[in-house]
Design a protein around this ligand. Structure first.
Ligand code: NAD
Length: 315
């Protein structure tokens, strides 16, 4: 019999790739998504296009906070909780309630339900944003998390909730702290997607800060692999960085894109935004040692795939 998995946020960038991989791996997948309005519903619908007609995929359009989860959790062995409200800059001000709902409250509701079922692994999509603007680099799971944005606070709160359900109810949770994920279907507002789109259309691209900030860009397929490794392992109650451990300056990413696309970028430097951290750089020795993770994609190979994908879409 096929193993059964529940993927929340299945219509998003990471969730949709994960569902496709799980189906290839022989899973039966139930995907839940409510199409939040953070970016266009039509993009999210197209993220589901390879899944929707697959007999091993069931799509439930619904909000984790509002729907009854019980009927979907029956027989589910693995939960991959990818649903959330991403984005550092939008998390200030009035929108914070959306972050509380979709990152904290939705996670607590899912954990409350999951604890009553025989779940083999609950994998939570955490974030490097929990580390904050630290100069302790590379960032290690053992260091004190000090989020620098309201978004980071909500991701850390949800991660800690996951840990509480492990400690108190034995729910076998693993949290994966993703470092800036890129590749096909990357959210349209994220740096690499928006840089490629601007360059294709000969438009100015905006860099917040001087471009010397460093990010540990991690290719989508490596993120998906880390989720599977976490699901299959006997380890629980742990937090892992998922990075490439190859930090690159944002300005160097633009130079690489110029080479791949064969065009000069028109760059408009703007003041860095509140909540943006200077550098991210993840230490991956723990996940390598305990889960056998090994990032396969380097930045150049990953960027080439990302550009090819956007070229095909004629964005
Ligand atoms: P995304 O916005 O593309 O996907 C998230 C999906 O969750 C969306 O389709 C949205 O509609 C859905 N969703 C949100 N709230 C929901 C709710 N209450 N009920 C049902 N569905 C809901 O984002 P992404 O980039 O794919 O990120 C996925 C997860 O990974 C998020 O939790 C994010 O915080 C985390 N993460 C992403 C990155 C990255 O670089 N993309 C880095 C670190 C962590």
């Amino acid at each position: 019999m096929r193993k059964k998995a529940l993927v929340t946020g299945c219509a998003g960038f990471i969730g949709s790739h994960l569902c496709e991989k799980l189906i290839k791996e022989g899973f039966h997948v139930i995907g839940i998504d409510c199409f939040t309005d953070y970016y266009s519903k039509s993009i999210k619908k197209s993220n589901l296009s390879l899944l929707i007609s697959n007999p091993n995929f069931i799509f439930i359009e619904g909000d984790l906070i509002k729907i009854s989860l019980k009927e979907y959790l029956k027989d589910v062995e693995f939960i991959f909780h990818q649903a959330g409200q991403p984005g550092v800059r939008g998390s200030w001000g009035k929108e914070f309630d959306v972050y509380i709902d979709n990152n904290i409250f939705a996670t607590q509701i899912l954990l409350e339900e999951a604890k009553d079922y025989n779940i083999k692994k609950f994998v939570y999509a955490s974030s490097s944003s929990v580390y904050g603007n630290t100069n302790i680099l590379p960032m290690k799971e053992s260091q004190l998390p000090e989020p620098f944005s309201p978004y980071g606070v909500t991701k850390l709160a949800a991660e800690q909730l996951c840990h509480l359900y492990y400690e108190n109810y034995g729910l076998p949770v693993i949290s994966l702290r993703y470092f800036t994920v890129f590749g096909p279907r990357q959210r349209p507002e994220m740096a690499i997607s928006s840089f490629i789109r601007s360059m294709f259309n000969d438009k100015e691209l905006v860099v917040y800060g001087d471009g010397n900030q460093v990010r540990d860009f991690t290719y989508i397929d490596d993120i998906v692999s880390a989720n599977l490794l976490a699901a299959y392992s006997d380890i629980k109650g742990e937090v892992f960085n998922v990075a490439s451990q190859n930090p690159v300056k944002l300005i160097d990413v633009i130079y690489m894109l110029e080479k791949i696309i064969g065009k000069k970028a028109i760059i408009n430097f703007k003041e860095s935004q509140k909540g943006d951290v200077k550098d991210t750089y993840g230490d991956i020795s723990k996940i390598k040692k305990m889960l056998g993770y090994n990032p396969y994609f380097d930045i150049e190979k990953g960027l080439a795939n990302h550009v090819k994908y956007m070229e095909k879409l004629k964005i």
